[in-house]
Write a protein that binds this ligand. Structure first.
Ligand code: CO
Length: 134
């Protein structure tokens, strides 16, 4: 059911420093910071030949990644995003297997303008999984 790895998201305590490291030390193609107020994050997209890296930094008072950074002050992998063809069919199938969908269970529009859902990390080996219809 899942397709390509769309991105790996990394929560970072210093967005400028992390962007500079990917650009200058790793030689990656690093975009400009983008505020995503609906998701409580500022995102920097990094294009790799086969996938993307997203650097996440908290935006606003109730950012969903603040608690993660409190627990992981030097940053860390926050989630992986897999592509699916039909997000509602994917959701219904996953629910039928007992997986929990976060939030109200309905897709939100994600950072790429496409519908996304998140699955409970306790159901996936401690990994927060995002699904994106692509
Ligand atoms: Co993501």
């Amino acid at each position: 059911m899942i397709g390509r790895l769309n991105h790996v998201a990394i929560a970072v305590p210093d967005l400028e420093a992390a962007s500079a490291q990917y650009r200058d030390a790793l030689g990656a193609n690093v975009g400009a910071p983008q505020d995503e107020p609906d998701h409580g994050v500022t995102v920097v997209f990094i294009e790799l030949p086969n996938t993307k890296i997203e650097l996440l930094y908290p935006l606003g008072d109730n950012s969903p990644i603040q608690a993660f950074l409190d627990k992981n002050p030097s940053g860390g992998i926050h989630h992986v995003c897999y592509e699916v063809d039909d997000i509602l069919a994917a959701r219904d199938h996953l629910k039928s297997t007992g997986a929990r969908v976060l939030g109200d269970g309905n897709p939100k529009i994600g950072a790429h303008g496409k519908p996304v859902l998140f699955l409970h990390p306790k159901d996936f080996n401690g990994t927060l999984v995002e699904l994106e219809e692509a």
